[in-house]
Design a protein around this ligand. Structure first.
Ligand SMILES: *[C@@H]1O[C@H](CO)[C@@H](O)[C@H](O)[C@H]1NC(C)=O
Ligand SMILES: *[C@@H]1O[C@H](CO)[C@@H](O)[C@H](O)[C@H]1NC(C)=O
Ligand SMILES: *[C@@H]1O[C@H](CO)[C@@H](O)[C@H](O)[C@H]1NC(C)=O
Length: 427
């Protein structure tokens, strides 16, 4: 529904020509060009799509930053080269893909310059990058908030499984390996080989279960995958429309603090206080909650409103079940909550003794569409009432005329058929 509004809105906006000089304009010949190998970062777009327009300046910066690397940055107008859309299985605009030879990987993060650049950097290297110098550890710690590290010799079941999982999740995280000598200069390691995640200046180790028999290989594969999937987000990230689907892949409960950011990215003091209070729960009780709850904060209330399907007061606390899409809200006024009350609320969610709302049922989905359409319309109205009236006044006028004529002709047709039927019966 939102796309339709965007479409109508862009019709009126005069198309701006951006200076995307470093961006290569590709055609359907790209389907052959890719086969020559090389690394491509490609944006599949449609000229009428509002999200594509907004991505354009970011894309120009990305192309500028990658100009001196071996990654070529391009874009394809999918309305002109429709065969490309099916060849690359593009189902929405814009779609960003990293393409190397026959392989392609779709970007699922936030469409910011940094996130896109990190994605391209991850995909252009091998799934596991090896550290060869002791000081490299410091440079990757400054470059990345979060990464995974294997320590030990590159053979045996742990290495094979780590490498396999890194290959599957290459688009989602940074994976490194280091020799024992290099790693021991930075972190204490009890048992070798080892795997740890580095996040927010701390190291958390993957614990290998005792008894590494051959029968456990599949087990190891699954537990490693689950552990990396559980750990691949920061403790308290900012959650947006861009990354929420990826975060839901953790299959945890999402504990969402809803606040409002203004255009200068400022948040009112009382909302910051509330956010800090909830953050303190996961910081102090990581062991208790980490496995089943992913905490985070949302700065755009519209996203939270569309999850809850109502306009929430701010600040607010919302817990989303990522497998069923149900959500839970505290019974008391969230602004009055204390850390102890949040703790209790989460315990009760975990033992399923709280009320559930929403979900994925047909009626809820229908209501969700209705709610989203209504809020988009309300937003447009607040932004520009005159424009909204013109946009929706005219088409709705036409639409009612069209609908009226369709309905009428239907009734007429039906009448005729009935007549014919009765004739036949009479004959
Ligand atoms: C681990 O599991 C995945 C999916 O279940 C499978 O594709 C992969 O081959 C497995 N890897 C190993 C090393 O067993
Ligand atoms: C979500 O709800 C289902 C069904 O009630 C439950 O089995 C599951 O444990 C809940 N939590 C998560 C994180 O999926
Ligand atoms: C759920 O957890 C709460 C808080 O720990 C506890 O008071 C309640 O008795 C539990 N309910 C069930 C059904 O286990």
């Amino acid at each position: 529904m939102k796309q339709v509004f965007m479409f109508l809105a862009t019709l009126i906006v005069v198309f701006q020509q951006s200076s995307s000089s470093r961006v290569l304009e590709l055609s359907d010949k790209f389907a052959d060009v890719r086969k020559d190998g090389g690394h491509w970062l490609v944006m599949f777009y449609a000229p009428w799509c509002g999200h594509c327009k907004r991505l354009e300046p970011v894309w120009a910066h990305v192309a500028q930053s990658l100009y001196k690397t071996n990654i070529r940055v391009g874009r394809i107008d999918c309305t002109r080269f429709t065969s490309i859309t099916s060849e690359f299985k593009v189902s929405g605009f814009p779609t960003i893909k990293f393409i190397k030879g026959e392989d392609e990987y779709t970007f699922h993060g936030d469409r910011t310059k940094d996130d896109i650049l990190n994605f391209a950097k991850r995909m252009s290297g091998p799934p596991v990058q090896e550290l060869t110098r002791a000081d490299s550890m410091n440079s990757i710690k400054t470059a990345h908030q979060l990464f995974f590290m294997y320590v030990g010799s590159q053979d045996g079941p742990l290495w094979n499984v780590y490498h396999g999982v890194a290959t599957r999740l290459q688009a989602h995280g940074f994976f490194y390996s280091a020799s024992t000598d290099i790693a021991k200069q930075h972190v204490d390691i009890d048992e070798l080989p080892a795997v740890f995640v580095y996040k927010e200046s701390l190291h958390y180790f993957y614990s290998v279960d005792s008894g590494n028999s051959v029968a456990d290989a599949k087990d190891l594969n699954d537990t490693m995958y689950n552990w990396i999937n559980e750990e691949r987000f920061e403790t308290f990230p900012k959650i947006t429309r861009g990354n929420i689907n990826d975060i839901m892949q953790t299959k945890k409960y999402l504990v969402l603090v809803v606040v409002e950011e203004n255009k200068l990215r400022e948040i009112p003091a009382e909302m910051i206080e509330f956010r800090d209070m909830v953050e303190s729960v996961i910081r102090k009780k990581r062991d208790k909650f980490h496995k089943n709850f992913q905490f985070g904060w949302i700065a755009s209330p519209e996203l939270a409103n569309s999850i809850a399907m109502t306009v929430l007061p701010l600040p607010y606390l919302l817990v989303l079940n990522s497998t069923t899409n149900h959500h839970h809200i505290p019974e008391d006024d969230p602004a009055q909550l204390t850390a102890a009350a949040v703790d209790l609320f989460l315990e009760r969610i975990y033992n399923q003794s709280v009320t559930t709302y929403g979900g994925n049922s047909y009626t809820v989905q229908l209501y969700r569409y209705y709610f989203e359409a209504r809020s988009s319309l309300a937003e447009m109205w607040r932004g520009n009432p005159v424009l909204t009236t013109v946009l929706f006044g005219l088409p709705f006028g036409f639409l009612s005329l069209i609908l009226y004529s369709i309905c009428c002709s239907d009734i007429l047709d039906a009448d005729e058929e009935e007549d014919e039927d009765s004739h036949e019966k009479r004959e």
